[in-house]
Ligand binder design. Structure first.
Ligand code: DO4
Ligand code: MG
Length: 295
């Protein structure tokens, strides 16, 4: 069961469920409205969806052909860092220019009780499926970071799972970790989508396959995969630290860190097509474009 949002006739925003490749428009106009209505009627989101589709007719369309929007208008997107050994290695590499002899803060944060958490994006900086993600004009080493995203309510309950792309500048972070906000946050530096898989329908979130393919002028330039089984931390652990003395908003997304890093010589170029797939959720597709520095 996956929840999507799409634009109908270029103007009306419709929330829908996709089930076994069928699409059923919902009465609820957003993911969070589905959650609120389910709570009002003392049912689960899954039960509410099931009761709606029992009497509905599916659209005769493939859901991936719809003009998809972000599946949730997340007021904030937070992100965890160095939660996989692959990210630890990559951060050490960019910070030491290949001299992997020094233990760094990245080694420390990988094993520390407190995880790295940072504010990745706001609603205005976050794009959805098929939109452009922007490249910074002052970075020469940029990569997508494919990540499992948790859709949370204000109490930190995990309502569902989505896909996130934590666009990152490896040279800016590698130059000085205090530059992290600039290495992570700029216009259209985060994408989420294409769907939210309801939490009740995922048996084991530590058994999801992630893959990332990057096409340059139609040629496959990067093709990497990994599994959430390699995650160093528990999802609830990340949420607990995020909530500590903090305010969360309904629909907040928490990205859980990357387990896929393109080869060190790779940097994104305008026109690159980025495809991130997570099993049971779908494929998030975005094209890289130059941010307009004068804007
Ligand atoms: O330390 C920098 C952030 C790393 C990150 O975003 C990740 O591991 O996904
Ligand atoms: Mg990341």
């Amino acid at each position: 069961m996956r929840i999507i949002r799409y634009l109908q006739d270029s103007s009306a925003v419709i929330a829908a469920v996709t089930d076994q490749d069928q699409v059923f428009p919902l009465q609820d106009t957003s993911f969070m409205k589905l959650i609120y209505r389910a709570r009002e009627e003392n049912s689960t989101p899954l039960e509410r969806v099931q009761s709606q589709i029992a009497s509905a007719h599916p659209l005769s369309v493939n859901w991936t052909d719809l003009p998809l929007l972000v599946p949730v208008e997340a007021p904030e997107v937070w992100a965890a860092g160095v939660t996989y050994q692959r990210s630890r290695e990559a951060r050490n590499y960019e910070a030491t220019e290949g001299r992997l002899d020094a233990a760094t803060f990245y080694d420390k944060v990988y094993t520390a009780e407190r995880p790295e958490l940072f504010l990745k994006s706001t609603q205005a900086r976050t794009v959805g499926p098929a939109a452009e993600v922007c490249l910074r004009s002052d970075s020469q080493w940029q990569v997508p970071e494919p990540e499992l995203g948790l859709v949370l309510d204000r109490d930190g309950s995990i309502l569902g799972y989505t896909i996130g792309n934590d666009m990152s500048c490896r040279d800016i972070e590698g130059e000085n970790p205090l530059y992290l906000p600039q290495a992570k946050v700029w216009r259209q530096s985060c994408s989420i989508g294409p769907a939210i898989r309801l939490a009740d329908t995922v048996a084991n979130p530590y058994d999801l396959e992630l893959s990332c393919r990057i096409y340059r002028q139609g040629e496959l330039a990067v093709n990497e995969s990994a599994s959430t089984g390699l995650l160093k931390r528990k999802l609830e652990e990340l949420v607990t630290f995020l909530r500590r003395d903090n305010v969360l908003f309904d629909g907040t997304v928490l990205l859980t860190g990357t387990c896929i890093v393109p080869p060190n010589q790779f940097t994104l170029e305008p026109g690159d097509r980025i495809e991130i797939t997570i099993s049971q959720i779908g494929t998030l597709i975005n094209t890289a474009a130059l941010a307009d520095p004068g804007h």
